[in-house]
Design a protein. Structure first.
Lengths: 388, 197, 322
């Protein structure tokens, strides 16, 4: 049964070859991904393993690079908005907002008050749907098959609600430079108000089914420490930073829009483990519900788009501007540089997932393979956003 | 004492497993929430606001002719470059008209050339490129394009994704507003299309 | 006729019947599993093939049979293809001493329990071969997990079974059932509740069902030991898994739930009813719980289940002696 094996076949591709052998012998190099069930898309992690223990982990990126930043340089300011719906398909409205906000800051455009509230409502609903999907997918990573179906059931309602004003169910391009694309009518707002108590009633059920489950707690507690120091070194933001105990949230710390008029908390947990990050997201769903409820109550009548909003042939004044919003995964930043032309001179997209993923290599060292999956899931990666 | 406490805690935590079973058990006995697709479909209120492929809005006078004035605003504003509008050529003047023009020229009057009809000869929409961003609808000066709420469009042929919307509208007008293989239009759709525009 | 002993004919017929029973039950179980999964997840489950999707497993089986059998590059062909057979074949003898009813036992063996447990041990070998032979790192890790898990859980399983055997003083399943009464409070699970829970937990682990499905943990190891198997190679593992579930639940029924006995008319229907209740509970577990971690799984076994089962055995022995 012996057969000659091509040595190149064993040596593997470029990344495997460059992944140098560590000091230890008898380790196993394992490619997790790019087609692995728990890497959520096309992330590839090269693992050096000693038995089931991970000695080293190295994420390999770029399988889903779509050159969004370069595309911006040939598109009009208005025409780049659909791209923003596709960078992070789970929380596209944060990207919508970052881009719209950056261009508005550049051009000094004042957004009507009603539009600000519409933006808040839509973005928070979108955040809930993003966290719900993460919740389901994470549980799928941990081996529970049912929660994702329950998550989708609720998410479906959210998508139905958001579909009416935005016209899409996933890749929204709802925001416009100087406002939003469509108004939410009475019926839509009523649907939203109906949804808030519905989800509030559902959350305790999920707590019973999943959060309190002893198997899950054992899987997550004390796994994947990511403390504040580590977050600072890698630039991690969002639920990861809050799971490390630092209540930092762009919505309040660098407040924008009408968030400072709304009363909500920034959940943070000091445990620094995967359970803390899990709890942050679950609490964030509740906080987002609170924000939505208040915003719907506070929403004023008025314009949704400024008069003379930028048209496709609009030229931005020369200069540069940066605007950051709080996405479901962390700080979403867009930096726009204009030379006064019809399309941006340069756009830099700051994807939170990219920084957050950097923590994985360090946090997964010395853990079991199953823990690595738990850590990877707790980062909440969206590969298109990481690769852009 | 501590060891005993943690021992008891471990035993007590097993109760959460029973609670989990209760939740899934309840769901098992509860109603199903999915839509059995071929037998049931999502009602028109579920499709409200959904952006399917584009279509042209017929003019008030003739349901076979779109409102479009071939201004090319949509084609130039489209970020995905999925629209191609072909203007109509000016018609060849008939002999009588030629004669009249020649006479007018001879009289030293300004000759009025025949102007092409404003509605487009072809309006080609590439469904495979469209990003459903609504930019064209917002920029259309006459409100001649809108999104359908057709979620049932499916094809195995890539060529079908390149739709000639003028032809489609004419066909639609000829067959009384319905194109074979497509669900009848919902009344709600026009409403949302207007609000979007 | 004298050349062939009656006993042999008996066994051949029995094995043929068992094969039919296993195949049929495999199909039914696949359907039940998917229906339970569907309803737990608030969707209908298989619906299109046959009334209420009843023929879906048949369609799936036909699909599996029709698929190409693929041997991965660099694999050990003999070991690779031996594994599914080793996994499936021992299932047949395991059904021989299963007491469906006093008249419906394929083979009366006074050490029936030992026979079942011995053949059940072979399954670990199959998983080990499958992971080793397929020249796949995920497969290898899965095989490693399977061996560690299988060996560990065999011990508390045996000890909990032994407690019941002590009570009855027999290793024959038929006798153990006969020793129990007709009413639920006369069954062994009342006298041996800890043994029952231990047995069922270990049974779930032995059959690699969630939450102990570590050898195939799909979000970690893709598909674990059967990553490289296609078509009927996978199908045999699949069938063997369901058959093992039936065996484990069947033994539980006989040992703890009074086998064919029940209020009213005793018979095979009581056995099948109890068997299916246990199976549905097993399926219910799978669609409710997340997966345990590997070290926790072994900790659970060595630190909790094993001492508990030994304690249980000692107490049982003591009580019997007094």
């Amino acid at each position: 049964m012996t057969r000659t094996i091509n040595p190149d076949y064993i040596r593997g591709d470029l990344y495997t070859q460059r992944f140098e052998q560590g000091k230890r012998e008898n380790t196993l190099i394992l490619n997790m991904g790019p087609q692995h069930p728990s890497t959520h898309g096309v992330l590839r992690v090269v693992l050096e393993m000693d038995g089931e223990y991970i000695v080293r982990a190295e994420p390999v990126l770029g399988y889903l690079h779509r050159m969004h930043e370069k595309m911006a340089e040939v598109k009009s300011y208005v025409g780049f908005m659909p791209n923003m719906g596709r960078v992070d398909y789970l929380h596209p409205l944060a990207w919508n907002w970052s881009y719209a906000g950056a261009v508005e800051r550049l051009a000094g455009i004042e957004v009507p008050r009603r539009a600000e509230f519409l933006r808040v409502i839509a973005t928070e609903l979108n955040r809930i749907s993003s966290h719900l999907l993460w919740w389901g997918a994470y549980l799928l990573d941990l081996g529970a098959f049912t929660p994702i179906m329950y998550a989708f059931e609720d998410r479906e309602i959210l998508m139905d609600i958001l579909q009416r004003p935005t016209g899409a169910r996933l890749t929204y391009s709802y925001f416009r430079l100087g406002g939003v694309g469509a108004d939410m009518d009475e019926r839509c707002l009523r649907q939203i108000l109906d949804f808030v108590p519905y989800l509030r009633k559902k959350l305790p059920v999920y707590k019973d089914l999943v959060t309190d489950n002893v198997i899950l707690r054992k899987r997550l507690e004390g796994v994947g420490d990511m403390d504040v120091d580590m977050c600072r070194r890698y630039g991690a933001t969002g639920p990861i930073l809050r799971g490390a105990g630092l209540a930092s949230d762009t919505r309040l710390n660098e407040t924008y829009s009408v968030y400072n008029e709304i009363d909500f908390d920034i959940p943070s947990f000091p445990e620094t483990d995967a359970m803390a990050r899990y709890m942050v997201r679950i609490r964030e769903i509740e906080e987002s519900l609170k924000i939505v409820e208040q915003a719907v109550a506070m929403i004023p009548e008025g314009e949704i788009l400024i008069k003379g909003a930028p048209k496709p042939n609009w030229k931005a004044p020369a200069g540069e501007a940066y605007f950051a919003t709080e996405g479901a995964r962390g700080k979403v930043g867009v930096w726009v540089v204009s030379d006064g032309g019809k399309s941006p001179y340069r756009i830099k997209l700051r994807a939170p997932g990219f920084s957050n993923l950097s923590l994985f290599a360090e946090a997964s060292q010395g853990t079991l393979l199953a823990d690595a999956v738990a850590i990877m899931g707790s980062i909440d990666m969206v590969i298109p956003e990481i690769d852009r | 004492m501590n060891a005993l406490k943690s021992f008891w805690k471990n035993i007590a935590s097993l109760w959460s497993l029973i609670v989990g079973l209760q939740v899934t058990g309840k769901a098992f006995c509860g109603p199903q929430v999915t839509v059995h697709y071929p037998r049931q479909t999502v009602g028109p209120e579920g499709l409200e606001g959904f952006r399917g492929h584009m279509e042209l809005v017929p003019s008030v006078k003739d349901p076979a002719i779109p409102k479009c004035i071939s201004c090319m605003m949509c084609a130039t504003s489209c970020p995905s470059k999925c629209l191609t509008v072909v203007k109509q050529k000016e018609p060849k003047p008939t002999e009588e008209q030629l004669k009249a023009m020649a006479e007018a020229e001879a009289r030293g009057e300004k000759v009025k050339k025949l102007s092409a009809p404003k509605n487009p000869a072809q309006f080609i929409y590439d469904f495979s490129l469209c990003s459903f961003c609504n930019t064209c609808v917002e920029n259309c000066p006459v409100g001649s394009i809108r999104f359908t709420t057709n979620v049932y469009f499916a094809t195995t042929n890539k060529a079908d994704l390149q739709m000639n919307l003028v032809e489609r509208l004419a066909k639609q007008a000829a067959s009384g507003k319905t194109v074979p293989g497509e669900k009848p239009k919902k009344a709600a759709k026009t409403e949302t299309a207007q609000s979007e525009a | 006729m004298n050349a062939i002993p009656i006993e042999l004919i008996h066994i051949v017929i029995a094995i043929a019947l068992v094969a039919g029973f296993v195949g049929l039950n495999g199909l039914v179980l696949v359907w039940v599993e998917r229906k339970v999964a569907g309803h737990v997840q608030r969707r209908p489950g298989p619906y299109e093939v046959g009334p209420n999707g009843l023929l879906q497993p048949l369609a799936d089986a036909a699909k599996l049979v029709g698929k190409q059998l693929f041997t991965p590059d660099g694999s050990d062909k003999l070991v690779f293809w031996l594994a599914p057979i080793v996994s499936f074949l021992p299932v047949m003898p395991m059904f021989l001493p299963m007491p469906f009813s006093p008249f419906l036992t394929a083979m009366e063996v006074n050490v029936g329990l030992v026979l079942i447990l011995a053949f059940a041990g072979l399954n670990i070998l199959a998983l080990c071969l499958a992971g080793w032979g397929s020249n796949n790192k995920y497969g290898l890790l899965g095989a490693g997990r399977a061996v560690a898990q299988g060996v560990a859980y065999e011990i508390p399983l045996l000890l909990s079974v032994l407690a019941v055997c002590f009570m009855t003083g027999s290793l024959s399943l038929t006798e153990i059932v006969a020793a129990q009464g007709n009413w639920p409070w006369q069954w062994n699970w009342i006298y041996q509740p800890i043994a029952f829970i231990l047995y069922f937990t270990c049974g779930v682990a032995e059959t690699n069902r969630a939450p102990f499905d570590l050898p195939e943990a799909e979000s970690e190891l893709v598909a674990g030991f059967h990553t490289e198997y296609s078509g009927m190679g996978f199908g045999l593992f699949f069938l063997a898994e369901y058959a093992e579930m039936i065996v484990v639940c069947g033994v539980a029924t006989a040992l703890f739930l009074g086998g064919w006995k029940g209020p009213g008319a005793a018979g095979a229907w009581w056995f099948l009813l109890k068997l299916y209740v246990l199976l549905v509970i097993m399926i219910w577990f799978r669609w409710t719980y997340p997966r345990t971690r590997f070290d926790q799984l072994l900790n659970l076994c060595w630190k909790w289940l094993l001492p508990l089962s030994i304690l249980n055995l000692l107490v049982t022995a003591l009580v019997i002696k007094l």
